[in-house]
Design a protein around this ligand. Sequence first.
Ligand code: PLP
Ligand code: COI
Length: 339
Amino acid sequence: MENINWSKLTFGYIKTDYNVRMYYREGKWGDLEVSDSEQISLHIAATCLHYGQEAFEGLKAFRGKDGKIRIFRMRENALRMQSSSRGILMAELPIELFEKAVVEVVERNKRFIPPYESGASLYIRPLLIGTSAQVGVNPASEYLFIVFATPVGPYFKLGFRPTPYAILRGYDRAAPHGTGTIKVGGNYAASLVAGEIAHEKGYSAVLYLDSKEKKYIDECGPANFFGIKNNTYLTPQSSSILPSITNKSLMVLAEDMGMKVECRPIAVEELETLEEAGACGTAAVISPILRIDDLDENKSYIFSHDGKPGPICVKLYNKLRAIQYGEEEDPYGWTTILE
Ligand code: PLP
Ligand code: COI
């Protein structure tokens, strides 16, 4: 612990002091349990292992300029986990219990919240799994909710520096009426091969197109896509992308900065007309896009000529970070402050 170099942190796992757990048995949720073990004991026929009954969330806590701790929009994550539960028939966790568990894990691991100056944060990972045995394809009757936390730095190596992304039409992340809109592990398993190919070729992530027609932009690996043109914040509307809480926040910030906001299908060719582009998410924050290489069509779309993020990306990034780190007022009620 004493050896953590906060400003050099990457997006990895570091053991912290405690995690919290809650069990769902006989139709109800039990008490919140605090554990110092990184292990769980699981039935070999648990539905999470065989049939993918697993959903997770990702959110962050920040050490502010004023020394206070701020958790960003945890209610939204609680709601999204409920939506994921409905999507794969898992027990729904009440919002208040989700929030209580998140606050508990942050309080118990305070010494792992990176200092303000480092620009790093505490990543909080809630996880819900089906734990009871089924051999036939059916939902479990018992569930386990876990929340752990780990200090993290930037998700993509260069942080807030533009990096390249690739279009690869040979791979889909999620089907049009599949599980793309919920945060289940299977979506990430489905993205590993394409992600690996992109990484090997030097790209940060795959920019997925819609699975049905391959005409429209979906999302950027583990983050949503946005573009800027004519003072407008543009982001894809799609039935197969995860509704990003960061994206939702950026849409509000953009509007309050006097920009227009459009959430609509974005055809690949429209990339040509964008002045700036970025990937956004809890882990990605805003990761500006340097260039998108369409590897099937042998075409490149360039968004930064000097290797620097564009002015609107900078403005949005600074505003979001200022709210998260308590440098500016939070007029939206997005942060939960722990004294
Ligand atoms: N899209 C995918 C596929 C993700 O995994 C994530 C990360 O959670 C996001 C988008 C961004 O969502 P959020 O801003 O809520 O973290
Ligand atoms: C997040 O941004 O919280 C994510 O979950 C992305 C990735 C680590 C899966």
